[in-house]
Design a protein around this ligand. Structure first.
Ligand SMILES: *Cc1c(COP(=O)(O)O)cnc(C)c1O
Length: 428
């Protein structure tokens, strides 16, 4: 059986396959560049592992207090080397990206301090962490004040606004690298570097934290390479490589990580405690795979952008735009189309492919949301997944794919659904 036969077996018609191949022909240079970045980052990861002498002993489980967990301590040194920071905190006890960010923020900010988000409105879940939406235990509840400087119309930093916002009370500036689920462009590492230098020129004492979620390994440099004091992210996104079953990381200066560790565990205990049970091997191996996994996800995002752009839909980022994260938004324009798209992603999944996703009232949202995910790790968004709020403009946000062939199959299956339901016409 040739490959079209195999695709046919997986539910993809010859026409849809051919349409995809035509799009792919125009992407080979792009894909080559992504492979180059993955190659660079793979070397960076191996180099960090060699430098820190990762050995078989690092994979032993620990229990109880987790004193002298060689694997955990070595992994944290590997992350520090990789991110060019003095230290790092990489723990299964960090439950998710939001938690990592909450620990990072609350460890640096004391009552009376002020934080400024200089990349506009932060990711949804941070609204409650900060207290922009009233919530128990927020920073605002703890006497910390918050200001926000929006990005300019073109998505760049508003340096005038930042300068005006900074006062002697300003303790921390937060920057979000990825657009998350907003329609602004994501920020490049070099533009983050520019902002870091600008803030330092005003007040070198301000702590600069970057929400690095979805951005790791997309470029050859990370925000900590250009001077950020802390970079923060989730292990069920890029750096876990699909293998980490949970966890988050904070990499940064010795002082920042010290404070974060005391905040995560307890004053007096810090990094010394925290059993890793049996996750060390997955954390190491996931990190080892992360550069190529991220590359596969990025190819999927670009492939989808180009397909839907060709079919006349609005896509963010655009098909030929430079990328700084792995999220792709496609505005499909109707509930029916959003559902068909998500059904396609679900049907192509290795897990739960027999289920049909349906819109539901998800907590924290003001409309129904449909979600497609057939993941090995629950909620993992480095695995192929899509979600669409059921409200105008009816956009789907999709990301991930542990391998490029899987991302490709997912996207083609979505397209097949849209073609079958006569929502799109590929015979153009
Ligand atoms: C995913 C994400 C978060 C939060 O991570 P969770 O693991 O979902 O809590 C924060 N910021 C950005 C930009 C993200 O993409």
């Amino acid at each position: 059986m040739d490959i079209t036969g195999m695709y046919k077996k997986c539910g993809i018609s010859k026409e849809v396959f051919d349409f995809g191949e035509k799009i792919l022909k125009g992407l080979s240079d792009r894909f080559d560049r992504i492979d180059r970045t993955a190659e660079y980052n793979q070397l960076k990861v191996i180099d960090a592992m060699r430098k820190n002498k990762v050995s078989e002993a690092c994979f032993m489980p620990s229990s109880g207090y987790g004193y002298n967990d060689v694997g955990r301590d070595t992994l944290e040194r590997v992350y520090a080397t990789l991110f060019s920071t003095e230290d790092a905190l990489v723990r299964p006890q960090i439950t998710c990206g939001t938690h990592a960010l909450a620990v990072a923020l609350s460890s640096q900010l004391l009552p009376g301090d002020e934080m400024i988000s200089i990349s506009g409105k932060p990711y949804d879940t941070l609204e409650e962490v900060i207290g922009i939406r009233k919530s128990i235990g927020s920073l605002i509840e703890h006497g910390i004040s918050y200001k926000q400087v929006d990005l300019k119309e073109d998505g760049s930093f508003d340096f005038e606004g930042i300068k005006e916002a900074i006062t002697p009370k300003t303790k921390l500036c937060a920057i979000q690298r990825s657009k998350g689920y907003q329609t602004r462009p994501s920020l490049s590492v070099s533009s983050i570097g520019e902002a870091v230098r600008f803030i330092r020129s005003i007040d070198p004492g301000i702590v600069i934290m970057v929400d690095n979620c979805y951005g790791e390994f997309v470029e050859e440099y990370e925000p900590s390479d250009v001077g950020a004091d802390m970079v923060v992210g989730s292990l069920i996104k890029n750096p876990g490589g699909g293998l980490a079953p949970c966890g988050g990381y904070i990499a940064g200066t010795k002082e920042c990580i010290n404070r974060a560790a005391y905040r995560l565990t307890s004053p007096g205990l810090g990094k010394e405690v925290g059993a890793t049970l049996d996750v060390n091997r997955d954390f190491f191996m996931g990190l080892f795979l992360a550069p190529t996994v991220t590359a596969g996800a990025e190819k999927g995002a670009i492939f989808a952008a180009n397909i839907y752009e060709k079919l006349g839909f609005e896509v963010i980022p655009k098909g030929d735009e430079e990328r700084h994260d792995i999220i792709q938004a496609v505005t499909l324009g109707s509930e029916k189309a959003v559902c068909a798209f998500c059904e396609g992603i679900q049907a192509a999944a290795p897990v739960d492919s027999h289920l049909t996703p349906e819109p539901w009232d998800m907590p924290g949202y003001d409309c129904k949301v449909i979600m497609a995910a057939g993941a090995f790790v629950s909620g993992s968004s480095i695995e192929l997944s899509a979600d669409g709020p059921i409200k105008p403009p009816y956009a789907v946000y999709f990301q991930g794919g542990l391998t490029w062939p899987h991302a490709k199959l997912g996207i083609l299956t979505s397209l097949q659904k849209l073609v079958d339901e006569k929502i799109v016409n590929i015979y153009i």
